[in-house]
Design a protein around this ligand. Sequence first.
Ligand SMILES: Nc1nc2c(ncn2[C@@H]2O[C@H](COP(=O)(O)OP(=O)(O)OP(=O)(O)O)[C@@H](O)[C@H]2O)c(=O)[nH]1
Ligand SMILES: [Mg+2]
Length: 203
Amino acid sequence: MITRATFKCSSEKIGQVPKDNLPDIAFIGRSNVGKSSLINMLTQHKGLAKVSATPGKTKLINHFLINNEWYLVDLPGYGYARTSKSSRGTFAKIITDYVFKCEKMHFLFVLIDSRLDPQKIDLEFIEQLGLNSIPFGLIFTKIDKLSKAQLERSVSKYKQTLLENWEELPPMLISSSEKGTGREEIVQFIESILKYFNKCSDN
Ligand SMILES: Nc1nc2c(ncn2[C@@H]2O[C@H](COP(=O)(O)OP(=O)(O)OP(=O)(O)O)[C@@H](O)[C@H]2O)c(=O)[nH]1
Ligand SMILES: [Mg+2]
């Protein structure tokens, strides 16, 4: 259960993230997919993370302290034309540094727009996660825009696409920040991850 959520800090590089031992659960995905909205929905705290209809809103690594025990982390989106044209390549350095090098990062949710066919940029990013053994799951966002049948088709298409390259599927969840759908399942899933990491650090 999320009982307390407060903004902790914004970092422009990983050297600035909080120096405590509390684990990070982070959200990544294409610009505008709904990362910041999902953080507000999960914490039931409108306006905690900054949301905008214009892609490219979140530019820093934002830490939100949850129950004084762990962090939800809002990251900048990838695949936004203005940032992808930079010399740093498709994924900004701030993203790759955090995801692949930051020890605080315990689990990453890759958000996928449930309305779209599997996108190359997401598949490429997922491939990098797999190759680097980064623990991750998928969350299909904005499901309020689809019928039940459309959502099922979309998710099963995604599974098929992933199974072309992977033997095992990552955990998959669904959400609508507009309607609050998926909140309980996502929070429970995060709690099970945190319990697992707690057990590991006890031994
Ligand atoms: N209908 C609907 N709209 C959503 C949902 N989630 C987000 N949106 C809308 O999508 C737009 C982008 O939402 P953000 O949460 O700012 O997206 P983001 O992934 O944080 O975007 P960047 O920070 O730019 O990378 C906003 O206009 C939101 O209102 C959802 O579940 N349903
Ligand atoms: Mg954002």
